[in-house]
Design a protein around this ligand. Sequence first.
Ligand code: 5GP
Ligand code: ZN
Length: 139
Amino acid sequence: MEDCIFCKIVKGEIPSTKVYEDDQVLAFEDINPISKGHTLIIPKAHAENLWEISDEDLTAVHLASKKVSEAIKKALDSVGVATLQLNGRGVNQVVMHYHLHLVPRSGGAPELPITKWEIKPGDMDTIQQTGQQIAEAIR
Ligand code: 5GP
Ligand code: ZN
């Protein structure tokens, strides 16, 4: 897609720090890293989000995430790697080309903001009703 930053990265029109590439996917370092080693994995074919990406590309991105996150752990001696993927401007997706964030935490580094949320028990009736609504929408 012409105006897409990540398509431009795939075509080499914008520079990137590539860490892995195969026929279907590309992995490169995020330019605004949440932590050292923050990496993005994208399909080479443009797809905006989880609902648009093909099953084959979705599988390829997530299989690559296993390989790349193992490499991140090894290279940076990480204590863990969080994966995050946003769909829609309503949840702050900024680049509208599917991408999976791999965000490692190195030993001794502060906790990642994206993995720190307040645990509060929910209302069981509401949880059950909502689950039922979703299950019915799948059928
Ligand atoms: P989103 O909020 O859409 O999930 O995140 C988009 C991510 O893409 C952000 O973390 C941002 O730093 C990263 N990003 C945006 N533009 C570029 C770019 O030109 N190059 C690289 N490497 N990363 C980018
Ligand atoms: Zn694109």
